[in-house]
Design a binder for this molecule. Structure first.
Ligand SMILES: Nc1nc2c(c(=O)[nH]1)N[C@H]1C(S)=C(S)[C@@H](COP(=O)(O)O)O[C@H]1N2
Ligand SMILES: [Mo]
Length: 195
């Protein structure tokens, strides 16, 4: 298993980012109710790509995947260490879609209407996972099952639960919390909570 719990070093920080407290629980934080996800669920990638990607859950899980040990930092102040997620790293999804050279930003879309944006270079990283397992079990619905994104190098609102797809953009757009005053870059070691 790949251990990425030392990635704080890249950001010149302690393992516990400033202003965070560690919890051993795994709280559920959602803007609303847990949505029901359609039976004919497909994962899509579109925008500045060679060809729109549309994959069934089985086909998605055939992309190269791995297990990682990661930390999880919520912007409201809690951090959970040693989360074991299994999924497909972002670069493998980008490669499957054939992302255009002029793409600079992404927006993740989710089944509860949630969106979140990041610069492409900030999410084209191995530890950004499209995950369907947590601690060896299928991801629970409240935590974003069947599929969610995790972003251990960013506050966790960058990781869309119930992700339905990813849009590649040539100009930036704001996601749900980003429109409401939260940081677009969200680096926990720089305490980028609000914009
Ligand atoms: N689709 C969707 N994804 C989301 C959210 C949400 O409300 N909807 N909340 C975000 C926030 S603020 C956090 S901290 C994490 C919480 O994940 P958890 O509920 O598994 O702890 O999911 C993020 N992803
Ligand atoms: Mo959060």
């Amino acid at each position: 298993m790949k251990d990425v719990t030392d990635l704080h070093r890249e950001f010149d920080g302690e393992r516990l980012p400033p202003g965070q407290r560690e919890t051993t629980a795994f709280p559920v934080l959602s803007k609303g109710e847990t949505p029901s996800v359609p039976n004919d669920w497909r994962f899509e990638a579109w925008g500045a790509v060679d060809e729109r990607l549309s994959l069934s859950f089985d086909a998605f899980r055939e992309l190269p995947s791995e297990t990682q040990k990661q930390d999880f930092h919520c912007v409201t102040g809690w951090s959970r260490f040693n989360c074991r997620f299994h999924g497909v790293p972002f670069p493998a999804v980008a490669a499957a879609a054939g992302v255009h050279d002029d793409a600079t930003h992404v927006v993740f879309h989710a089944h509860d209407g949630y969106t979140t944006d990041l610069p492409l270079e900030a999410c084209d990283r191995e530890e950004v996972l499209f995950a369907w397992e947590f601690d060896g079990d299928p991801l629970e619905a409240d935590h974003g099952g069947p599929l969610r994104v995790v972003t251990p190098h960013r506050y966790a609102y960058k990781g869309a639960k119930w992700v339905s797809g990813v849009e590649f953009l040539t100009t930036p757009e704001r996601g749900y919390w980003e429109k409401r005053g939260y940081s677009r870059t969200a680096n926990p070691w720089a305490e980028e909570r609000y914009a």
